[in-house]
Write a protein that binds this ligand. Structure first.
Ligand SMILES: Cc1ncc(C[n+]2csc(CCOP(=O)(O)OP(=O)(O)O)c2C)c(N)n1
Ligand SMILES: [Mg+2]
Length: 390
């Protein structure tokens, strides 16, 4: 039986015999964002998992502040901070098994790092280098995707291929609220549902696509409702509640692994910082909204739960913060070293066989670099040379 035949043949029937192909009710998202922290469900959560989530949230927050500081020091070209969204980031990484794949967007460096990628390598692209910085296969993390939603069809393709090969792999694809308006979002969700691919879509609805608020992005009741039109379940979760996001994502990953097909999850959260360091958010939103969300901070929500339940004391919090400081100091120190760049790398890995135009451009650049080196090379002035470092 082919995958296309699995969900039953499509038999159009004329009215009045027409009925929906399936009952849409089970696909409908939660009536309100699912929460665990501050509810009875928190009592049933694994204390070890909650402490692990907390440690990762604190590290993630520190990573965000350090990376933002590096943009101000000219060491990082651009940083899309996920401050306020750390719960989604960390839960996404922790909900996956090692054999699974993560497909992040440019805002998801924390998920990438929590998955095991070196914190410096995770910033390579945002530093302005031409390559991803890390080996996608080493930790099964696709490159950070800057073109909106293009990572989604990639995730579906990988998940579908894995299933055809009989590999036990789930793909988790992350996208923003703005990304849901892209054609790639539609194509990915449609194929994923038709093929019943083992893929989970996590939409971080942080309220904005740069300056565009959600109300101008969509007229849908919620982004999670979009799932129903594709024939997959939609889930709505409080994106600042790390325990809730982890639970909902883990359920969806389990469901996909068991052959149940894809799920669309909308995590309701908020982008506390501007879009990136290059954006001024005060031009399009007021402080009141930001302050309201600060009061629903993912780190504080979890810390409060853990301390109230006696699962975390001041010493443990101090140790977690110290660990985050050590990570930040290492990030700072390594990002302050001049990277070794070779401009000639630009021409490698573009085509299997270099085109005539690229050969011509390569020769031009090489001549320019050699001329520059002749001028400055021996005097120790900055100059570039093939294979050289500066
Ligand atoms: C295909 C494409 N169109 C436009 C852009 C420019 N762009 C970069 S970020 C962004 C907003 C995306 O918002 P959202 O999906 O909500 O993600 P967030 O930045 O909030 O995480 C836009 C329009 C792009 N990167 N790719
Ligand atoms: Mg957004």
């Amino acid at each position: 039986m082919t995958v296309l035949e699995q969900r039953g043949a499509y038999r159009p029937s004329p009215p009045p015999a027409w009925q929906p192909r399936m009952d849409p009710a089970p696909l409908l998202p939660d009536a309100e964002p699912y929460r665990v922290l501050g509810t009875e469900a928190a009592g049933k959560a694994d204390p070890g998992l909650l402490r692990r989530l907390h440690a990762e949230l604190v590290r993630g927050r520190r990573y965000n502040t350090q990376a933002t500081a590096l943009t101000k020091q000219g060491r990082l070209a651009v940083y899309p901070s996920s401050t306020g969204q750390e719960a989604c980031e960390v839960a996404a990484a922790l909900a996956l098994e090692e054999r699974d794949w993560l497909f992040p967007s440019y805002r998801d460096t924390l998920a990438v790092v929590a998955r095991g990628v070196d914190p410096v390598e995770a910033l390579t692209l945002l530093r302005g280098d031409w390559h991803t910085g890390y080996d996608p296969y080493a930790h099964r993390v696709a490159p950070l995707s800057t073109p909106l939603a293009t990572q989604l069809p990639h995730a579906v393709g990988l998940a579908h291929a894995a299933r055809l090969k009989g590999d036990d792999v789930v793909a988790l694809a992350m996208v923003g609220d703005g990304g849901t308006s892209e054609g790639d979002f539609h194509e990915a969700l449609n194929f994923a549902a038709v093929w019943q691919a083992p893929v989970v879509f996590l939409v971080q609805n942080n309220g904005f696509a740069i300056s565009v608020p959600l109300a101008k992005q969509t007229a849908a009741p919620s982004l999670a409702h979009k799932a129903v039109g594709y024939g997959m379940p939609g889930r709505l979760v409080d994106g600042n509640d790390a325990a809730a996001v982890h639970e909902v994502l883990s359920d969806a990953v389990r469901h996909a692994r068991a052959g149940g097909g894809p799920t669309l999850i909308e995590a309701v959260t908020y982008r506390i910082e501007a879009h990136t360091n290059a954006d001024d958010a005060t031009r399009y939103r007021g402080d009141t909204e930001v302050e309201a969300w600060r009061a629903h901070d993912p780190v504080e929500l979890l810390e409060r739960e853990l301390t109230t339940r006696g699962l975390l004391d001041e010493d443990a919090i101090a140790a977690v913060r110290q660990d985050a400081e050590t990570m930040a100091a290492d990030l700072r120190e390594r990002m302050n070293r001049d990277p070794e760049l070779n401009p000639m790398d630009l021409f490698d890995h573009v085509y299997a066989e270099t085109t005539a135009q690229l050969r011509e451009q390569r020769a031009l650049l090489r001549a320019e670099l050699e001329a520059e080196q002749e001028q400055h090379g021996e005097s120790g002035e900055p100059g570039a040379q093939e294979g050289g470092a500066r």
